[in-house]
Design a protein around this ligand. Structure first.
Ligand code: CMC
Length: 429
């Protein structure tokens, strides 16, 4: 018989089966709790709630460990490519040579978007944030593939996956081109995934453009580091939306919106904006630390802290190292990197941050890296979205294949009026 935990409510005992994973947290299965006891659990922020079983990504936040399908992120960052890592996350194993070639061919084949979609860009104001454009364009993609949107049909899903990965890259690059008033650059399918993205971002029709291999390698690494992070806010959103059997494009568009917020993927933009303010104020990092500690000030040190990591975010460590190497190879000096390092040092020696186990997260150094790649600040969260695509797809697919098929629908503890009568307008005071 499997092990159980006993929960006593007002003297009555309830048995809760223990659920073990292969490593990491175990859980209490409370699925029958309400039916048997009339009680639910309350866990705002879901810090203690396992929403699913998943075999995709493992994190040990106390030890600073992150693994995709069991493989440490540090190893993938230096040995893999973003396309190979995407395959790994989505299909559950590293591809053979043939599988990788077939997958890459599909990504190449699907790189164009329907020409009509180009007109959409003209409707946005030039000041539109690229995340607003990205999310709505991704949802709009569903209008072009009405015959392959059934989440229950594995063939349709397989067909849709490379389209999602390839076309969203094109949409992202086009949104940048439109925002700066340049003509869109059609994808060049002889190029590899990251090179093709850089080409669409930075080439112009009037001049030749060569992708710098160092820049492409750095982008590859950055996207790998962002590729999945188990049940984070945007991935949980993709799963929740997907649980209603909404199509993959719609589910991912919702994930993009969730990622946009500054507590999540929007933090990379917020970090660089914060570093710029510090630079303009003479580089005083102590003032920023003091503001972050001040309870009466809503300011938070952007790029610091994490719900799961109570130790160094392993992605931040790789990105910091990459920053140093790339800037030196490109012979660049960025004063924001110096400020970031001083800010980190100051925070890591301050009891406020030490006691709360607040460390730099993935977003702390990624913005500095994007600057070195010439990517404009309002595109940083778009870059995060591109990186996170395989994770969203893998979770959406896993949920449909291995979940219990139930729609996601939390309950609540109601705190409002118990029962009230309608008061006519003329009698209201
Ligand atoms: N600056 C100052 N204080 C902080 C910070 C910060 N960046 N982060 C957390 N704290 C404090 C917080 O005020 C609280 O203090 P107290 O216990 O005295 O009330 C304590 O640390 C715990 O914070 P929390 O808000 O309960 O932690 P959380 O797990 O709910 O939030 C977080 C995690 C990432 C939203 C938060 O740390 C934060 O807002 N960080 C800044 C934004 C950021 O960098 N986000 C990127 C996250 S990593 C990439 C991603 O997920 O997209």
């Amino acid at each position: 018989m499997s092990e159980t935990a006993e929960l006593k409510i007002k003297g009555k005992a309830y048995q809760l089966p223990l659920v073990e994973g292969s490593i990491g947290d175990s859980g209490l299965d409370i699925r029958k709790l309400r039916a048997e006891s009339g009680h639910i659990t309350l866990d705002s922020g879901f810090g203690n709630t396992g929403a699913c079983r998943s075999a995709i990504t493992y994190i040990d936040g106390d030890k600073g460990i992150l693994r995709y399908r069991g493989i440490p992120i540090e190893e993938l960052a230096v040995k893999s490519t973003f396309v190979e890592t995407s395959y790994l996350l989505i299909h559950g194993h590293l591809p053979t040579k043939q599988e990788l070639e077939e997958f890459s061919d599909k990504l190449r084949y699907h790189s164009l978007i329907h020409e009509d979609m180009l007109h959409f860009y003209d409707g946005y104001p030039s000041t539109a944030h690229p995340m607003a454009i990205l999310s709505s364009m991704v949802c709009s993609l569903s209008a072009y593939y009405p015959d392959s949107l059934d989440p229950k049909d594995p063939e349709q899903v397989e067909h849709l996956i490379p389209r999602v990965l390839s076309k969203i890259r094109t949409i992202a690059a086009y949104s940048y081109k439109k925002s700066i008033g340049q003509p869109v650059i059609y994808p060049k399918n002889a190029l590899r995934y990251c090179e093709n993205f850089l080409y669409m971002m930075f080439a112009v029709p009037s001049e030749p453009y060569e992708v710098d291999p160092e820049v492409a390698a750095a982008l590859n690494m950055l996207l790998i580091l962002h590729a999945d992070h188990e049940q984070n806010c945007s991935t949980s959103t993709v799963r929740l939306v997907g649980s209603s059997d909404a199509n993959l494009f719609a589910s991912i568009a919702a994930g993009i919106c969730a990622l946009w917020g500054p507590k999540h993927g929007g933090a990379n933009q917020a970090v660089v904006e914060m570093l710029e303010v510090i630079r303009k104020n003479g580089g005083d990092v102590k003032a920023a630390i003091a503001a972050a500690k001040d309870r009466d000030n809503p300011f938070r040190l952007m790029g610091f802290g994490h719900r799961v990591y109570k130790n160094f975010d392993p992605r931040a460590a790789v990105i910091k190292d990459l920053c140093d190497k790339l800037l030196s190879r490109l012979n660049l000096h960025d004063p924001l990197l110096d400020i970031a390092k001083r800010l980190e040092e100051e925070a890591l020696n301050d009891p406020y941050f030490v006691d709360r186990k607040l460390f730099p997260n993935v977003d702390f150094y990624s913005g500095v890296l994007y600057r070195a790649l010439n990517i404009p600040v309002n595109m940083y969260t778009v870059m995060f979205s591109l990186g996170r695509l395989p994770g969203w797809i893998a979770h959406w697919k896993e949920m449909h294949q291995e979940g219990d098929g139930r729609i996601g629908r939390p309950r609540q503890i109601y705190t409002g009026e118990t029962k009230a009568s309608y008061v006519p307008l003329s009698e209201r005071v």
